[in-house]
Design a protein around this ligand. Structure first.
Ligand code: UDP
Length: 428
């Protein structure tokens, strides 16, 4: 295979080797993991530079063919919440610099993830003269708007994001809604923004026969199962789901309803001391539905197809969602899906065709859709089938890698990008 270049994939907090599902390990870890392997399959060599948050692994760990994870020391080698990492970024930049200049094979390009790595990339661009492709994954302005005082991001975040928008050679937006957010809350020259949606691993997230999935997980064939998979943070709206579910339970006395919630800090939810889980359990008690709710704990990606498969309906109703991998995963598993009509979900779900959309924070609207779907197996099947087909067509990681590579190639060839204001997804 033709060698196409050496990529420094900088991802300060999201290590592709981490376990997923906890507070700060989610979609970005998956993105870095899958995209790096996908780029390597196209002929790139990828070094993922991430902050060392554990003293044990060696400096360099092979992730797969052509991909290495480099643990860069910066601050204590222990988990630090991402909102507390900013002060360690100068050390992280120095560590990346030292590692990169020490490599015999030089780098072709830096691909940075999230605002702090974007800051590191802007610094390295000045020192190494390398082009930078940046993806925000989430925008500080939206977080501030949605979370208000609960937003613990460092004050510098917006200023740094503006700098990245000025200095990076290309910005990857994950969906048209992100371009709109950039326009509305950041402004400036957006001519270097390209839309490259993320993807889903369609071999891992596949249709598993429901009877088999349920037998493996100990769920009865007669049960009516509504499910959520994802991190347990307030903005994911799991409380809205519990409230909607409580409405169903009240409307259908005696029905074999079960709400399955996967995610959290621990594999065993009994050991999970997070305030969010305690809050959700308290809400379930208060609404009198605790005995219907199965808090599963966090699970690893290769286990999830069975959890998706066991559900009749999967739900994700966040307040906002920059992209959202779990809606794609649910659809890849052929599930009927209900999501909130925000951000990336409005792009990955075709309302009424591959899933149903409801307004965020609206448990009454959600309960209505859940009731509609529970009573209509045929509609569930139709949505699930259409969803799987669309995911296979549009959202594979191979496609994401090809689209990203075409952004790299155009950049390296000095081509002027097509303005994203035309909101065109990069073609493959
Ligand atoms: N996830 C997981 N195990 C869990 C919970 C979540 O592997 O117990 C994964 C999930 O499958 C998805 C990712 O974590 O791939 C969450 O990504 P998403 O984009 O949905 O949300 P984010 O966490 O980035 O806000």
């Amino acid at each position: 295979m033709r060698y196409r270049g050496n990529i420094a994939m900088i991802s300060e907090h999201a290590n592709p080797l981490s376990l997923l599902g906890s507070e700060d390990a989610g979609g970005q870890n998956v993105y870095v993991y899958e995209l790096s392997l996908g780029l390597a399959r196209l002929g790139y060599r990828v070094d993922v530079l991430t902050r060392r948050d554990d003293p044990r692994p060696p400096e360099v760990v092979r992730l797969g063919p052509g991909v290495r994870v480099v643990h860069v020391p910066a601050g204590p080698p222990a988990f630090i919440r991402k909102d507390d990492l900013w002060e360690h970024m100068p050390a992280f930049m120095e560590g990346c610099y030292t590692y990169m200049v020490g490599q015999r094979r030089g780098y072709t390009l830096i691909h940075s993830n999230f605002w702090m790595s974007g800051w590191v990339a802007c610094g390295l661009k000045l020192r190494l003269g390398l082009p930078v492709v940046h993806i925000f994954h989430a925008l500080g302005a939206i977080k501030r708007l949605e979370q208000g005082r609960a937003d613990t991001s460092p004050r510098d975040r917006l200023r740094v994001e503006r700098r990245i928008l000025r200095e990076a050679d290309r910005i990857l937006a994950q969906c048209p809604a992100e371009v709109e957010d950039l326009k509305r809350y950041y402004g400036g020259d957006l001519s270097r923004v390209c839309v490259v949606p993320s993807g889903v691993n369609t071999r891992r997230f596949r249709v598993v026969p429901q009877s088999r999935a349920r037998a493996r997980l100990g769920v009865g064939p007669e049960e009516q199962v509504v499910g959520y998979i994802g991190r347990m943070v307030p903005r994911k709206g799991v409380d809205t789901l519990i409230r909607a579910f409580a409405r169903l339970v009240a409307e259908r006395p005696g029905a074999p309803l079960r709400l399955m919630i996967v995610g959290g800090e621990c594999r065993n939810p009994e050991e999970d001391t997070s305030t969010e889980l305690a809050r959700l359990k308290g809400l379930a008690e208060m609404l009198g539905v605790a005995r219907h709710i199965w808090f599963v704990g966090k699970r690893q990606p290769d286990e999830l197809a069975e959890y998706y498969g066991a559900a009749d309906i999967m739900v994700s109703v966040p307040w906002y969602e920059p992209f959202g991998l779990t809606p794609l995963e649910a659809q890849a598993c052929g599930r009927a899906f209900v999501g909130s009509a925000v951000g990336g979900i409005t792009f990955t779900v075709v309302d009424g065709v591959t899933g149903l959309l409801v307004p965020p924070r609206d448990d009454a609207a959600l309960a209505e859709k859940l009731a509609l779907l529970l009573d209509n197996a045929d509609l569930r099947r139709r949505l699930g089938r259409a969803a799987r087909r669309r995911v296979e067509r549009e959202f594979t990681w191979a496609k994401v890698a090809e689209r990203t590579a075409s952004v790299y190639e155009d950049l390296l060839a000095g081509l002027i990008p097509v303005p994203a204001t035309a909101v065109r997804v990069v073609p493959t």
